[in-house]
Design a protein around this ligand. Structure first.
Ligand SMILES: [Zn+2]
Length: 282
């Protein structure tokens, strides 16, 4: 996937952007996410994409937490983008026929690939429920145009459901998908993300993400994506690398939300106007 970027070298500087996304935002993680937002603001990032889970691990719909809803509305009013991030962030007890699917579902996602193997109807139902929760939270649905699946794992059928539910875009680990284009248009940009479940994973993550950052800089990727997770904040080395990566990126990149970046790249606007069939810049 990285090689896909090697052909995109002649880009104008104003096209260098950074999207910082904060994953797994919920009443259960509000305190850590608040800390992350404060640290980012201190670095100069005042607009992030917030991936909000309507019912995190079945611990209660966000609408049952009025102080969280007020907090979320405040973040939106400050320019942060709210994105629907699954519904409960857990995959159901399913039997996987295919060994690769089973491996992905049980090991890679730690059982959190909620949209990984949903069919169209199942995905439609969860998406409608998610939108309904956001509506009940008095969030402005016209400004919520992104859906990102837990662990970025989205079946093809579920991707079709996301588009049909009116979302403008989704992201995957390796890039951003414009769902307004027919066929859907994929923009390669691998996200920085850390695996922290064991000592060796954390060590490997630090090395991998440093390489990814250097590669993205050298190859002049138009978009750099850095993903924060609440659990990252438990590990000082991971936290330090995340913040250092943001700080270094800001020397050459302008921070935007996904929605703003897409509006810029696709010449669309947040009112979901039709996308022009532009080619990838460069
Ligand atoms: Zn997540």
């Amino acid at each position: 996937m990285i090689d896909a970027h090697s052909k995109k070298k002649s880009l104008s500087p104003q096209r260098f952007n950074l999207v910082v996304s904060l994953h797994d935002v919920s009443p259960q993680t509000e305190e850590i996410v608040t800390q992350q937002l404060e640290e980012l603001r201190a670095l100069g990032v005042s607009r992030c994409s917030l991936l909000v889970i309507p019912d995190h691990h079945h611990l209660g719909l966000i609408t049952r937490f009025p102080s969280f809803i007020r907090w979320l509305q405040t973040q939106a009013s400050r320019g942060h983008e709210i994105i629907l991030h699954g519904f409960n962030h857990l995959s159901g007890p399913r039997k996987y026929q295919h060994p690769w699917k089973r491996l992905i579902a049980e090991h890679y996602t730690a059982g959190e690939g909620e949209f990984y193997d949903l069919n169209y109807e199942q995905a439609c139902l969860l998406l409608e429920q998610g939108k309904s929760v956001f509506q009940n939270a008095d969030l402005d649905l016209s400004k919520i145009v992104g859906f990102i699946a837990p662990a970025w794992l989205l079946s093809q059928a579920a991707e079709a459901a996301v588009a049909d539910a009116g979302f403008s875009y989704t992201t995957r680990l390796h890039g951003v998908v414009n769902l307004q284009a027919k066929p859907h248009r994929f923009f390669p940009s691998q996200s920085m993300v850390y695996s922290v479940r064991s000592v060796w994973r954390r060590a490997a993550s630090l090395a991998w993400n440093e390489s990814l950052l250097l590669y993205a800089t050298q190859r002049k990727w138009p978009l750099l994506r850095i993903g924060f997770h609440p659990v990252d904040w438990k590990y000082n080395a991971i936290k330090a690398h995340l913040l250092s990566s943001v700080q270094r990126s800001l020397q050459t990149r302008t921070p935007l939300t996904y929605q703003e970046w897409l509006a810029q790249i696709f010449h669309t606007d947040s009112s979901r106007g039709a996308a022009k069939p532009d080619e990838y810049p460069g």
